[in-house]
Design a protein around this ligand. Sequence first.
Ligand code: CA2
Length: 149
Amino acid sequence: MASILVLNGPNLNMLGRREPAIYGSETLDDIITRLVAVMDELNGTLEHMQSNHEGDLIDAIHAAWGVHDGIVMNPGAFTHYSYAIRDALATVQLPTIEVHISNVHTREEFRHHSVISPVTVGQIVGLGSDGYEWALRALVRRIEKARNH
Ligand code: CA2
């Protein structure tokens, strides 16, 4: 049974309320409800946390150490410049999948680079909110495979 921490960074609490053409019409609550159902199906558990504050996200990453088996994270705009979040992920060494709802590569130049991705297992970008589900399924599969070896 896998335990996953889902983390969402700044402004993602506004999902479904603004900019639906870029980020879709689902709210963050809608997405998390769906992810909890997916984790039930996979016989796992999920904790979710969203924050607009870098330090709070770092504290949540530290607190995941020894508690959760992996992290699905959309770091929001911190993706592009937060060495502190990257260091926190590198420190706890939990397998992490980075998710972006929009296709960052078709947007402004500053969104093309992630300082987070070098410390992740992989990235899912541009698949809308479904990306969280694919990330969750891929991460649980990876954790269970590692356990059975
Ligand atoms: O595509 C993504 O998921 C992003 O991580 C979203 C971040 C952006 O800074 C990244 O470059 C790509 C921004 C999140 C803003 O979320 C909003 C949602 C709805 C309405 C307004 C903002």
